[in-house]
Every structure is written in structure tokens, then in C-alpha cells.
Design a binder for this molecule. Structure first.
Ligand SMILES: Nc1ncnc2c1ncn2[C@@H]1O[C@H](COP(=O)(O)OP(=O)(O)OP(=O)(O)O)[C@@H](O)[C@H]1O
Ligand SMILES: [Mg+2]
Length: 313
């Protein structure tokens, strides 16, 4: 049985017979992190459609993960509003809610829905069967629900578990111009699968003084992913909730650009109360208020991305 430390990603190959309980507490001997571990399903129980192809392929769709272990930095808001902006530019966009919190699903007005869990467990092989056409032109959603937590329990640590999403994404290859994946504020099954499947990682980052810590952590993880499961991944930092009246915001923004040269998008997303108001109304900010500052900045970000990731279709 393979157990992976969620903090430093060290892998331990444990003798199955020594671990009788389905859940147990483990301590990583490398970083001393104490964490809950689960007996994963046996390796042969992960059903891949074509693992060899998933491992080989760079993917033809433009898959973009939105990720930062720090919570509340606008990952979900970015996924939703950037996704709608790309759709408004005429691109066919799929948003994947890959977070048990299901904030993206709820923000789009969906409640009880199917998820990747059902898609993996008896829902047929084609991910397309689980995709919801939203009320917005060119915008589709792959929703989440609370069953997603079982994916982490069943598969995290099993051999090749990082390729499960990429393997299934091959069933919808060519149907979308962009696939954006919203991830949770933690490194486990969901983030590792999303990073393995993606070409670009957008790291939303608030202008607070702990932001560099979060960026350092995710950049280290991306470096690891590059060597282990996805050589073609590349990161970009998106500064969010920028307050142009605040000296602290300006200082941190300057510091981020100096520390991570060439990594930050030109576009900044400013603090805008309309984002919160729109979320309360379960709609993207561009629908709530067409001229909202942050909404227009997400449009600008879409243009930057369109210039960076060429069309594949
Ligand atoms: N530009 C902005 N201006 C003001 N508020 C914002 C902005 N962007 C996001 N928010 C608000 O910040 C909060 C956190 O945003 P969001 O849920 O997108 O973050 P997250 O990184 O996905 O959080 P989590 O880590 O919990 O998944 C929400 O209430 C959202 O409305
Ligand atoms: Mg979120």
C-alpha cells in the first residue's frame, strides 16, 4: 500500500498486512507532518481507459488549473469569471468543479448534481454524459457534490491515481477550446489530478504579506509535478483583490513581480464588491453588472490567455 504525505509528497510503501484499519494516523518521517491516511483501493481497482495514452499525451485541449493551497484567494471566482469571459469571446469552455466544497457549482445556481465520483463509479466511461450545458452560450459545467470526498479516500495514494482525471478527459477531447479546473485549498487527490492534466496553472494570489508563502508552496509542487507526472505544465500568478488605494497592496504587488519575474499576468483583478454581490445572486459578475471593474479585468485576462495559449481547433 502506498501512502503519500500531503505536506511534502514523500511516498511510503507500507506492508498491507501491518495496517488493518481503513483509516489511520501517520507521521511523515521526512517533514514530521501528522495526517489521516486511508487504505487506498488496490492498484488494480483503478480502472483506466488508457493509462499509457494519458501518460504520453500532452493533451490537445487547453486545460488550465486554478490552484493555490491558500484559501479564499479567488480561485473559484477566477474560474467562473474567466470562463464566462472566454465563452463571451466565442470559445467553447468547460468549467470543472474539482472541489468537494462545490462552490463553483453553487455559484452557478446548481444544487444537487452528479460529480466526478459518479462518473468514475458506474456512470459510464464518457465524461460528456455528466456535463451540464449552462444558460450561458458556449459555457458548460462539470459539477461537484459531497460524494467527491470519497474519491480522496478511495484513490489518494493508489498507484497512478494522479492520472485519473487526465485519462477521463480524453473522452471529451476536441469538444472544448478551454477546460478550466477549480481546485480546493489543499494538496490531495483533486489538486494533484488537476495539475497532472493541465498545461497552464493560474495561481490567484491576494496582495497580503503571506501571499509569497502560498506561491512558494505551489511553485515547489509544480516543480515536482513537472518531474513526475506532467513535464508540460507551466505556472502564472494572477494578482487578485488588488486595492489600488492601499500602499500595502502596491508594495506587495511590486514585491511579487520582483520575486517571480515574468510569472505574473499583466492583468490585475481589483477589489470589487460586485464580485461578492454577484456570488450572492449565484451569477458571474459580468452578468450581474456588465461594467463591473473586476468583470472587465477578467475580460482583459481572457485576452491575455487567448494570446498565450493558441487555439487548438
Ligand atoms: N476581486 C474581488 N473583489 C472582492 N471580493 C472578491 C474578489 N474576488 C473574490 N472575492 C470574494 O472573496 C471570497 C473568496 O473567493 P473565492 O471563493 O473565489 O476564493 P477561493 O480561493 O476559491 O476560496 P477556497 O480556497 O475556499 O476555495 C468570496 O467571498 C468572493 O466573493
Ligand atoms: Mg474555491
Amino acid at each position: 500500500m502506498i501512502v503519500v504525505c500531503p505536506s511534502c509528497l514523500t511516498r511510503y510503501d507500507l506492508n498491507d498486512r501491518l495496517v488493518q484499519e481503513p483509516n489511520f494516523i501517520a507521521r511523515c518521517t521526512k517533514c514530521q507532518h501528522v495526517f489521516s491516511a486511508y487504505r487506498p483501493v488496490r492498484v488494480e481497482e483503478i480502472h483506466f481507459l488508457d493509462l499509457a495514452a494519458a501518460k504520453k499525451s500532452d493533451g490537445t485541449d487547453n486545460v488550465v488549473a486554478i490552484s493555490n493551497q491558500k484559501g479564499g484567494v479567488a480561485k473559484t471566482s477566477t474560474c467562473l469569471n474567466l470562463g464566462l469571459s472566454l465563452a463571451m469571446h466565442g470559445k467553447r469552455v468547460l468549467l470543472i468543479d474539482f472541489d468537494v466544497q462545490a462552490n463553483l457549482t453553487i455559484s452557478m445556481g446548481y444544487k444537487e448534481s452528479i460529480s466526478f465520483y459518479e462518473a468514475i463509479n458506474g456512470g459510464g466511461n464518457d465524461l460528456g454524459n455528466h456535463i451540464v450545458q449552462t444558460k450561458y452560450n458556449n459555457l458548460w459545467l462539470f459539477p461537484s457534490n459531497k460524494n467527491m470526498v470519497l474519491l480522496n479516500k478511495k484513490y489518494f495514494g493508489a498507484r497512478n491515481f494522479e492520472f485519473m482525471l487526465k485519462d477521463r478527459l480524453m473522452t471529451i477531447r476536441g469538444r472544448f477550446d478551454y477546460i478550466l479546473i477549480d481546485t480546493p485549498p489543499s494538496i490531495e487527490f483533486f489538486t494533484l489530478n488537476a495539475l497532472t492534466a493541465s498545461r497552464l496553472v493560474i495561481i490567484p494570489s491576494q496582495c497580503d504579506y503571506l501571499s509569497t508563502h502560498g506561491i512558494d508552496q505551489i511553485l515547489k509542487l509544480i516543480q515536482l509535478i513537472k518531474t513526475k507526472t506532467n513535464p508540460s505544465i507551466s505556472p502564472r500568478i494572477l494578482i487578485t483583490m488588488y486595492d489600488k488605494e492601499s500602499t500595502a497592496s502596491k508594495m506587495i504587488c511590486t514585491k511579487l513581480k520582483r520575486l517571480y519575474p515574468g510569472l505574473a499576468f499583466e492583468t490585475l483583478i481589483e477589489m470589487d464588491a460586485r464580485i461578492r454581490e454577484a456570488q450572492i445572486m449565484s451569477m458571474p459578475v459580468l452578468e450581474y453588472h456588465q461594467q463591473s471593474k473586476a468583470g472587465l479585468q477578467y475580460h482583459q485576462l481572457a485576452e491575455e490567455i487567448l494570446g498565450r495559449l493558441p487555439e487548438t481547433h
